[in-house]
Design a binder for this molecule. Structure first.
Ligand SMILES: NC(=O)c1ccc[n+]([C@@H]2O[C@H](COP(=O)([O-])OP(=O)(O)OC[C@H]3O[C@@H](n4cnc5c(N)ncnc54)[C@H](O)[C@@H]3O)[C@@H](O)[C@H]2O)c1
Length: 347
């Protein structure tokens, strides 16, 4: 499967499937190839990675995750690249999940004032992070606060990488697939549930090529229309306002928190979350032990988008829309959520 983005200029190909890495190998017009590769991916997919790299490519094997997205790691890697004497005819190739993609993209955006950048996603979540051009690292003041918009020159997605992901990682990435389906329509969400009704089908990656492509297309619809987040790009925050607070408070996987955020969003949208809840149960979504609402409220208020005591949410009717809520409405929705989840046994 292959598609090309539809910006007015600087479009790039997105190639999904067995032939993705072969297509990537055909690219030969750069002077220097700089690979930044997740160590876990090298470990599980050694043969595939060996085929990709040719002498005298520069290779950095890094630990994936948030520990990579620091100013110290950034400084170490970019200084080592510069010390090797690369030119602007270089390309940085990220092989890994969203953390490696964000990190390598920021290196590419800033190396010699910007060189090309290619994404080789290896997680389900990275179907989301590899398109749209947001790159960056974390600051002591918060996540993703140091960064740049940098469109990749191509995305080459070989889904056989996904087989080595733990179930937790699969479920976490799947949350963004669910979000994209919900942003498309209720009908599409139901088709997704039909294809992947339980943890069994998710573990088997049933029709994941189709759903990853669908998620990428939905994300592109939005980011091509609003690349720099002046309006509709914020629809991509569906489930994330409450989700981020839950993620921060309980230090749980991002996608697991987003799924809880989607349930909360359903309540705020005036829709009953029972169908979604049953599905998440069948997917074995783990739940934290919730705290008092005030701690989530305080965390949500810190979000830069919120004025006064009101907090803005992306909600769904037939289409996504924005609505602000005050403390009491949010508390009521939280009480409804926790009482519904009271009967939920995640084991
Ligand atoms: N730029 C964007 O638009 C955007 C969007 C969403 C999320 N993000 C960022 O993405 C990051 C999360 O990405 P993620 O969920 O892919 O996590 P990740 O990159 O941290 O990877 C998760 C874990 O899986 C391992 N891993 C990666 N590929 C693997 C494979 N094929 N087999 C086995 N293990 C593998 C990694 O080593 C890591 O331990 C966050 O930093 C988030 O801020 C960015």
């Amino acid at each position: 499967m292959e598609l090309t983005t539809t910006y007015s200029d600087r479009n790039y190909p997105i190639v999904i499937g067995d032939m993705a890495l072969a297509k990537l190998s055909e690219i030969n017009h750069y002077q220097h190839y700089i690979y930044i590769i997740d160590k876990q991916v090298s470990r599980y997919h050694h043969e595939k990675i060996k085929k990709l790299i040719k002498e005298p490519d520069l290779v950095f094997e890094v630990d994936g995750g948030e520990r990579l997205k620091t100013i110290e790691e950034y400084s170490a890697v970019i200084e080592a690249i510069l010390a090797s004497g690369v030119s602007r005819q270089s390309v940085v190739i990220a092989v890994g999940g969203g953390s490696v993609g964000d990190f390598a993209g920021f290196i590419a955006a800033t190396l010699l004032r910007g060189v090309d950048f290619i994404q080789v996603p290896t997680t389900i979540l990275a179907h989301d992070s590899s398109v749209g051009g947001k790159t960056g690292i974390n600051s002591h003041a918060g996540k993703n606060l140091i960064g740049a918009f940098k469109r990749p020159a191509g995305v080459y997605y070989d889904l056989s990488f996904l087989t080595s992901l733990s179930y937790n990682e699969k479920l976490s990435g799947f949350a963004e697939v669910i979000k994209h389906a919900m942003l498309e329509s209720e009908e599409v969400r139901q088709q997704l549930e039909h294809d992947i009704p339980t943890s069994f089908e998710l573990n088997q990656l049933n029709r994941m090529d189709h759903w990853i492509m669908a998620g990428i297309k939905k994300k592109l619809d939005i980011v091509v229309a609003d690349e720099y987040e002046h309006g509709m790009r914020s629809y991509l925050n569906l489930g994330h306002t409450f989700g981020h607070a839950v993620e921060f408070k309980h230090k749980i996987a991002h996608g697991h928190a987003v799924m809880i955020g989607l349930l909360y969003m359903e309540i705020l949208s005036g829709r009953h979350p029972l169908q979604l809840l049953k599905w998440f149960h069948a997917l074995h979504l783990p739940l934290p032990r919730f705290d008092d609402f005030s701690c989530y409220y305080d965390l949500m208020k810190k979000d830069k988008k919120n004025k006064d005591e009101y907090i803005q949410f992306v909600l769904l009717e037939d289409r996504p829309y924005m609505k602000s809520f005050g403390y009491h409405e949010l508390l009521l929705a939280f009480q409804q959520l926790t009482s519904l989840l009271g009967g939920y046994d995640d084991h």
